[in-house]
Design a protein around this ligand. Sequence first.
Ligand SMILES: [Zn+2]
Length: 109
Amino acid sequence: MPRTPLGMSSNASSAYDQWRAKARAVRIEDEIERRGIPLKRVGSERIGPCPKCGGDDRFSINTSKQVFNCRGCGARGDVIDLVMFLDSVGFRGRSRLKAIRYSVTSSGA
Ligand SMILES: [Zn+2]
């Protein structure tokens, strides 16, 4: 199934295609491991808390199908979708953490 983002120019899509080809060569479990996300191995699946919405076992990847799925926030897709999902989570998580830390240090003492 072709995945063509709407409204993308041909120039932009060739860079996107290169990135996508590179990203698709990465195994979904390697990407999870690289980011230090702890998942339990259950058969061909790995299950654990969702990086975005938490929980215990709502987030799972399937290493034979190379897809992921979250029952909590409904995120799902292939390794490309996973990278975009994790990047958006990490971004927000990091800046939120920074904001919390800043407010703690500035209001404390
Ligand atoms: Zn989730």
